[in-house]
Write a protein that binds this ligand. Sequence first.
Ligand SMILES: [Zn+2]
Length: 303
Amino acid sequence: MGIKVDVDTLDGYRHGVPVLLEILEDRGVKASFFLALGPDNSGRAIWRVFRQQGFLQKMLRTRAPAIYGLKTMCYGTVLPAPLIGAAAPEIAPRIAAAGHEVGLHGYDHVRWHDHLLGMSAGEVAREVGRAQELFAALLGRGARSFAAPGWQCSQLSRAVLATQGFLYASDTRGVSPYWPCFGGSVSRVLEIPTTLPTLDELLGFNGCRAQDFSELILARLESGRPQVLTIHAEVEGGPYRQEFARLLERCRQKGVDFFRLEDWARELLQDQAAVPAARVNLQRLPGRAGRVSCQGTPEAKPL
Ligand SMILES: [Zn+2]
């Protein structure tokens, strides 16, 4: 199983990441971290309440105010948006030094999540380019992997990733790695989708409690196929740290192997023809507000 850690906020970056590093270190697990490095505009996400079906229910069900804290929920509105990477420059090198993969989760997480589909090619390129500049300032090299904020990707965003030389991306939800198709065009950037439901999607859904999380995930691992679990620094590195630690314990008892997504991508890229192509669709997922990019029907791969 690959553990994909999305870091969306300054609080998650500064306080959630060190908690996760300790939990992972104690169990000898290497993970893949994806950092949003630009302004933390989390407060603006509150405005989604007025625009997006399901957001308010989700906020209440997952106890979002407890997870994010009042300060984070005001960033970008009544409080100025702090720059995440610059506010705690020591964190990114610590992640890399511990042997984890470090990739990008965008520049302005809220802007990408809410507005990607309305952005011009120049605007998307600017979002990725700015994130890369901040990443290089922290780690002395560009990021090789990208995970789209809010699982929002488009033909345009994938074209930008291709021109900026990314090895692979993890932008979507799906079942296994693929080449994403948009209409007639195929992205040249390999996609490794998140295959498992997230803790916040499971919580409160069909009577699922936080303590059921490990068993639900373990049941999904029984297929024997490699799986990718997305966790959030603000959630599993915050109020749900014990549930995450318990999941890793249970995985260890069951002999589950962990891999970094970058290592899997390099393996897959050695035999590119063996990776199928599939359409990308915007879909609703149980327990998640709004629609996200999902792996759709397989497509015949063009030569
Ligand atoms: Zn995110």
